[in-house]
Design a protein around this ligand. Structure first.
Ligand code: AKG
Ligand code: FE2
Length: 298
């Protein structure tokens, strides 16, 4: 299916008094296309997250140094992932782990980004006319901050002559991405097209959980299939980094779908859904990611 996906025509919004106001296009269009641009709120200081994305892979004190929340993460296999066939290496971290590892400044920012993803999820449910009484079941609590609040900090290693990151759909409901340098591409059904945010804009995209929830209704949400092309760095520029906040369902629970008459049907367990999704996206040893609660990658 060819979509309207293109940087020039994506809907654009800003954040006013805690809610989204569209300046061009609207939420219906955003949900249909899978993506929209959101101006960085004036009071959102992203610098701690950018600092983290630029330094988590550094050695720190040669080993993990507890006093340095911003480096030494290659020694943290519970949150550090080296995607060997791709340029990206990243820290993927949930709320509990970051409460332990991050400093208060970075944690406060992460909370704020997660709250934005959940607020956008609720705005999407309003747009789709979903009865409020169904939100909890359909999102397994994620619309109310009880899902898994993943954060990803991506560093793209320009010395590797491979794709930046694998073509994938994000697994959750909503992603808020800060990617200040070009490189992100979305699939419009025919071609990979650049998704370049205007200056000081976030990229909001919808994920597989939202697509699955709405797959049977006329106003189904498109999860954007996206990748990062091979990024190069010349002598004067810094490596590409990005920061993403994901509103995901909780690791344990069930997936539910909407019907056109407003009723809700059971789809499958979240575990079965995630297992298939992780495997399709990366095809590496991290298939259990987000599943094995109490295990290495939960
Ligand atoms: O770096 C980017 O632009 C995209 C990152 C991404 O797709 C992700 O973290 O899921
Ligand atoms: Fe993604």
């Amino acid at each position: 299916m060819t979509t309207e996906l293109s940087s020039d025509t994506l809907a654009r919004a800003e954040w006013i008094a805690g809610s989204i106001k569209f300046l061009s296009g609207d939420m219906a269009r955003a949900l249909r296309t899978g993506c929209f641009f959101l101006a960085v709120p004036a009071d959102l200081d992203l610098r701690p997250a950018v600092r983290f994305a630029r330094s988590f892979f550094e050695e720190g004190g040669g080993e993990w140094v507890a006093t340095d929340a911003y480096s030494g993460y290659r020694n943290r296999p519970d949150v550090y992932f080296d995607r060997e066939g791709f340029q990206t290496e990243h820290v993927l971290i949930d709320q509990d782990r970051r409460a332990e590892y991050f400093d208060p400044t970075l944690n406060t920012l992460c909370d704020r980004l997660s709250e934005m993803t959940e607020s956008i999820l609720r705005a999407g449910l309003v747009e789709l006319n979903v009865a409020k009484s169904s939100w909890d079941l359909l999102t397994q609590g994620a619309a109310f901050g009880r899902g898994t609040r993943w954060l990803a900090f991506n560093h793209y290693r320009p010395e590797k002559p491979v794709l930046g990151c694998t073509p994938h759909k994000d697994t959750g409901f909503v992603t808020v991405l800060y990617a200040p340098t070009p490189g992100l591409e979305g699939w419009n059904g025919t071609d990979w097209v650049p998704i370049d945010a205007p200056a000081d804009h976030l990229i909001v995209n919808f994920g597989g959980s939202f697509e699955a929830m709405t797959a049977a209704i006329d106003t189904r949400v498109a999860a954007m299939l996206h990748r990062v092309r091979e990024t190069r760095t010349d002598d004067n520029s810094e490596d590409r980094i990005s920061v993403a906040a994901f509103a995901n369902p909780p690791a344990i629970g069930e997936m539910y779908g909407l019907q056109d008459d407003g009723s809700v049907v059971h789809l499958e367990s979240i575990e079965a859904f995630l297992r298939r999704f992780n495997d399709e996206a990366w095809g590496d040893e991290y298939t259990d990611f987000g599943i094995k609660v109490g295990g290495t990658h939960a």
